[in-house]
Design a protein around this ligand. Structure first.
Ligand SMILES: [Zn+2]
Ligand SMILES: [Zn+2]
Length: 238
C-alpha cells in the first residue's frame, strides 16, 4: 500500500492551488505517512524565491502523524547539471528532486542530456531524478539507469506524465524495463498541483505492476526506506 508521496506542489508555486495544510489533510485521508513538499526551484518564472527554501526549517517535522519532508523540485540549468539553488541551501533540505523543465533550460541532444543526468546523479544533494520521461529531454536510458544503481539514486515514475501529451509512455515503459534489469530504486509520485491529487499514482502503479516490478525497490511503500535515505544523506552532509 502506498505510504508516501514524494513530489507535491503548494501554492508557493503560483501554478499550483493548495496550501500545505490542504496537502497534508488529503495525505492523511489517503493513509500516507510521509509527504514531501517540493515546490519548484527559483528559476521558473512563477516559483518561490530562495527565501522560501531557506525558511523551510520553520515547518514542523511531523503533522497529524505525517512526516513532512522539506524539499524542492530543483531545475537543471545547464549541461553540467548545475541546479538553481546553492549547495548550502540544498544541503539543508531533506528531499531534493532534480528535473528538466524547458522554461529553465532547453536541454541538448541525447548525448548532452545523458551527460547532464550523470552529473546530477553524482551530486550528493540530489535524491531523485524527476520525471525523466519528459520530452524533449531524450537521453541514453541504459547509461543513466545503470548510474542510478551505482550511486543509489531514486528514479521517478511520475503519475502526472501519463496525462501530458508531451510525455511518452513508450519511453516510460523502456525506463521501467531497464530499472527492473538493474534493480533501481523507484519513486512513484503524484506531482500533485492540487490537494485532490495527493497520493494519486494509479497510472504509475499500473505500469510497474505490468512489469512485475519488485515492490521492495519502490520506496513509496516503505517509510523506513525513505527515512533511511534521508538520514544517510544528512550523515554525508555532516
Ligand atoms: Zn516537474
Ligand atoms: Zn513537479
Amino acid at each position: 500500500m502506498l505510504k508516501a508521496d514524494l513530489h507535491c506542489h503548494t501554492l508557493a508555486s503560483a501554478h499550483a492551488y493548495s496550501t500545505l495544510l490542504e496537502l497534508l489533510t488529503f495525505a492523511k485521508r489517503k493513509g500516507l505517512s510521509v509527504l514531501a513538499m517540493t515546490d519548484h526551484g527559483p528559476a521558473l518564472p512563477d516559483s518561490p524565491q530562495i527565501w522560501h527554501f531557506r525558511n523551510l526549517r520553520t515547518l514542523p517535522e511531523e503533522y497529524d502523524g505525517i512526516r513532512l519532508l522539506r524539499g524542492v523540485e530543483a531545475n537543471i540549468m545547464d549541461e553540467e547539471g548545475t541546479l538553481d539553488l546553492p549547495d548550502r541551501i540544498l544541503s539543508a533540505l531533506e528531499w531534493v528532486i532534480a528535473s528538466f523543465h524547458d522554461d529553465a533550460y532547453r536541454g541538448g541532444d541525447a548525448a548532452a542530456n545523458t551527460k547532464t543526468w550523470l552529473n546530477i546523479i553524482k551530486n550528493p544533494h540530489v535524491d531523485m531524478l524527476g520525471h525523466p520521461d519528459r520530452l524533449p529531454f531524450v537521453f541514453d536510458h541504459e547509461t543513466v539507469i545503470k548510474a542510478c544503481r551505482e550511486y543509489g539514486k531514486v528514479l521517478e515514475i511520475n503519475n502526472h506524465s501519463f496525462r501530458m501529451t508531451r510525455g511518452s509512455v513508450r519511453d516510460l515503459e523502456d525506463i521501467v524495463r531497464l530499472c527492473k534489469k538493474y534493480d533501481v530504486l523507484l519513486g512513484i509520485n503524484s506531482d500533485a498541483h492540487v490537494c485532490f491529487d495527493v497520493g494519486e499514482v494509479s497510472d504509475a502503479e499500473r505500469l510497474i505492476n505490468d512489469f512485475g516490478y519488485n515492490k521492495d525497490l519502490v520506496i513509496n511503500y516503505s517509510p523506513e526506506m525513505i527515512l533511511e535515505l534521508v538520514s544517510k544523506k544528512r550523515g554525508t552532509d555532516g
